[in-house]
Ligand binder design. Structure first.
Ligand SMILES: NC(=O)C1=CN([C@@H]2O[C@H](COP(=O)(O)OP(=O)(O)OC[C@H]3O[C@@H](n4cnc5c(N)ncnc54)[C@H](OP(=O)(O)O)[C@@H]3O)[C@@H](O)[C@H]2O)[C@@H](O)CC1
Ligand SMILES: [K+]
Length: 511
């Protein structure tokens, strides 16, 4: 598969982009009702998988095309022998277009869900009777918080404890950013169409989707020629082409040399974790520079990582006069304050691919613009790896959803921004973003971020461009977390990178 095709597989579409994909497909000659038929049939197939053969299915249909998918699914499930009851949020007279056509094809009565903007008594009874509930209330067209009877209904559906299958998106969830502006359905499974939407991967939305199926409804990938999405699922489909391919005739110097700047004698562990991870990520050499009194402590713990005494910030320029040191990492355990600011400034002046983490970020809380100016003057890629707290200190004015905050921060700083969390977002200054989904909860542990920063530095040293290095690092970190498993501590992560790296090497035909 070509890299271009793989990237299209990894694309995530906002509701607007998805609507454009629908429109382009319809304009190319596939009627909207045909797309809706395929969508509704995919929902019916997913319902069959959820079990209760021949049981009672309650299909809740909203006023738009999401409801239209529900009508098709209802017809298919009735034909498959289920006892199907369809209920409408608004009067059937309000239906139009494809949804009206789908309603007609269903040829089944559909009573209202609400009476005087409250759940109708007989609708409450229908919830109790159902073995499975299909949520076709709102999908991509949700444009405000659910209120009144609709909100009350969603809460009652969630309280019912019945298995819930969401059509496209759990109703109430914003597909563009995973936000839930009011209340939302908590589904056991979700069927979406053509490609996933950012809201399926970003919290809190992600926790509401259950198992996600992406159904092919006959939209061709050629629509990407006109839509050009810039948000992707983080994984090999997005960046395998940029995975480093070491020259078989090369040597350790041709695989890059990372220098990690470590902290004082009382805080040496973080930088050691980073250095070890950089080596595992494939850098040919890694040197840990630390204050003289910390060198012995580091020496007691390290073998393959080399050591260097760093007398003070003044020594950085001399050290980096050696151009073979081609990637730099500073921040883990380095300490917060003037000295760190000065060190970061010197490093960025030296023009190296750089990862700034932890204390290197917090030290600029009082003067972020000085940092951004220095980043923009550095011709090599810079990666920032803040968690939410560090992000808020460095980008105090940026608000909104995680995707939007990370994207704006990358544009503002000129760096690739890795906004960490269970749904880490990686954003490039050129607007590309990736959302990560493979991190297990036990990865949230002391030292885990130091390892991530080290992996990123190790990849930069091998010449991987900034956005791809950051995305690869986040994905590898997640894979290592899964490999090490529950009960892991950060020390386990570097060696747990090996199976994922082997997989990538094999995928790129180097194995
Ligand atoms: N041919 C196609 O394009 C295909 C589309 N497909 C399907 O269509 C879905 C998108 O359909 P859609 O655009 O009609 O939007 P949808 O989610 O049904 O809701 C819109 C309605 O909700 C209303 N409304 C909004 N927010 C509200 C609120 N908070 N509280 C109350 N009301 C609210 C709004 O009315 P308003 O009150 O704003 O006038 C409007 O009537 C997509 O998710 C997929 O399932 C598939 O079949 C494939 C082919
Ligand atoms: K829905």
């Amino acid at each position: 598969m070509t890299a271009e095709k793989s990237r299209k597989n990894a694309a995530l579409l906002t509701p607007e982009e998805m609507a454009a994909a629908d429109r382009l497909t319809i304009a190319a000659g596939v009627p909207g009702i045909v797309l809706m038929e395929r969508a509704g049939q995919a929902v019916a197939r997913a319902a069959l998988k959820l079990g209760a053969p021949g049981g009672a299915v309650l299909v809740l249909c909203g006023p738009g095309n999401n409801g239209g998918d529900g009508f098709i699914a209802a017809r298919c499930l009735a034909a498959a022998g289920y006892r199907v009851e369809t209920r409408l949020l608004k009067a059937a007279e309000a239906l139009k277009g494809d949804a009206l056509e789908a309603f007609g094809r269903m040829d089944m009565a559909a009573l209202p869900l609400l009476k005087d903007d409250r759940i109708a008594d007989d609708a409450a009874e229908a919830l109790t009777r159902a073995d499975l509930i299909i949520d076709a209330l709102f999908g991509a067209g949700l444009d405000r918080p659910l209120q009144g009877g609709a909100a009350e209904l969603v809460e009652a559906v969630n309280r019912s404890g019945k298995p819930l299958l969401a059509v496209d998106l759990p109703s109430g969830l914003n597909g563009a950013d995973g936000a839930v502006p009011g209340v939302a359905i908590k589904a056991r499974a979700t069927v979406t169409f053509f490609r996933q939407k950012p809201g399926h991967l970003l919290y809190p939305g992600r926790a509401l989707c259950g198992e996600i199926t992406v159904a092919d409804i006959g939209i061709e990938a050629s629509v990407f020629d006109q839509i050009a999405p810039d948000t992707f699922i983080n994984g090999p489909d997005l960046w395998l082409e940029a995975w480093p391919r070491p020259d078989p005739a090369g040597h350790k110097y041709s695989r890059g040399h990372v220098i990690v700047f470590g902290g004082p004698v009382t805080a040496t562990g973080a930088a050691r974790l980073s250095a070890g991870a950089a080596l595992r990520a494939g850098a040919g050499l890694v040197t840990l520079a630390s204050p003289p009194d910390a060198v012995m402590v580091n020496a007691c713990h390290l073998t393959a990582v080399m050591l260097k005494k760093l007398a003070g910030v003044e020594a950085i320029a001399d050290l980096l006069a050696d151009r073979r040191l081609n990637a730099v990492l500073i921040g883990p355990g380095f300490g917060v304050g003037d000295k760190t600011r000065a060190a970061v400034t010197e490093i960025l002046k030296a023009g190296r691919a750089t990862v700034l983490d932890a204390d290197a970020l917090t030290s600029f809380a009082t003067c972020p613009d000085a940092l951004f100016a220095a980043i923009k003057d550095n011709p090599e890629p810079v990666i920032l790896t803040p968690h939410d707290g560090e992000f808020a200190r460095l980008f105090p004015g940026l608000e909104g959803g995680k995707l939007c905050r990370a994207r704006n921060a990358a544009a503002k700083s000129g760096a690739v921004v890795v906004l960490k969390g269970p749904d880490t977002v990686i954003a490039a200054p050129d607007g590309r973003t990736a959302i990560n989904r493979n991190a297990p909860p036990w990865l949230a542990t002391a030292g885990s971020g130091d390892v991530l920063a080290g992996i990123a530095a190790g990849l930069l040293a091998q010449g991987v461009p900034g956005f791809e290095a950051a995305s690869q690092a986040v994905w590898l970190h997640g894979e290592a977390g899964r490999e090490a498993g529950p009960g892991l501590s950060a020390e386990d992560l570097a060696s747990a990178l090996k199976p994922a790296i082997r997989t990538l090497v094999e995928k790129t035909g180097q194995g």
